[in-house]
Design a protein around this ligand. Sequence first.
Ligand code: FES
Ligand SMILES: [Fe+2]
Length: 371
Amino acid sequence: MAMRPSTLPGAFYRSEEIYRQEIERIFCEHWLCIGRADQIPEPGDYFVQRVGEESLLIVRGQDGVARAFYNVCRHRGSQLCTDASGHYPSSISCPYHAWTYALDGRLIGAPHMRGVSGFDASEYSLYAAALETWHGFLFLNLAKTPEPLAERFVPFTEKLACWELAGLRPARRIEYTIRANWKLLFENFSECYHCPLVHPELNALSNYRSGFNDFVEGIFLGGPMEMNRKGTSLTMSGNRCGPVVGRVAGEDLDRIYYYTLFPNLLLSLHPDYVMFHTLWPQAPDRTDVVCEWLFDPAAFEQAGFDPDDAVAFWDRTNRQDWRICEGVQQGIRSRAYTPGPAGSGVEDLLPAFHRELLAALGSVTEPPNAE
Ligand code: FES
Ligand SMILES: [Fe+2]
């Protein structure tokens, strides 16, 4: 009997054990988007990024290279940094016994250790994790031997070229905490079946049946939807609220491209701005989300530039999504929940996401059947 695509069993949304496995095998093994390179423009600028129970220090070195280090002192393990972000004038000093590290992670000061026999400071650099910049986004990977990002992202790198994402500048950042499993947010972003009912304002500007998918399998999924009227955008006013981004032209001027990058980036490319969400699981039923809006540098020079026309539109839409996802989480808690049929033509990306998820988890290779 052919397998019928279905949603996942309830345990995937409420089990502590599956959640723990997802953190270990997915969030600690895959490339994660952690924000934008221009969050730390100058040498010494840093921010701290949590991944599950891990804390990583993301810092730009004197050589201009951004690096990631475990936020753990090599002496007796103290956390090095407790602030969420900031600037180191020239080095990183541990608050416990003042071991000091260069911005590239080398141990350069260890009081009273000079005479200790066999002690070699070069063996006590901070532990590093892989960090790459891609289209202006920072990607972190905690795997011991990460698959090279450039190779893994090849098919998608070219697709994004005309938005010239590396040069875009941030206008706003909003953080949300949602009482729902991270996969419900991912799944919800992957279909517009819900748009007429949940997002009437969005559907009035861009019809939910107007789209198609140009990436249908693998770590990148998604495709474009059409604006109902030419020259418009997804804003409160319906007008574009900035100059066209990068080299966007032709039919792309009247499209929104929605992509997911497994496991934690949701990317929405508009003609006049780019919005992205990063997902940060906190518990089986709780996820933190960071949402940012990027514009072409020329927008900031324009008289009367008002990014809030776009920000308010999506902040309202985001909250509509979070509310519905929290309702799904509540429903899935019930003993009455069983997987339902997916892939009705407007939900085709859900089975593809589930295949990627289950392959990454490693114990199952096919989505569970509805039966
Ligand atoms: S634990 Fe950092 S200097 Fe001792
Ligand atoms: Fe939605």
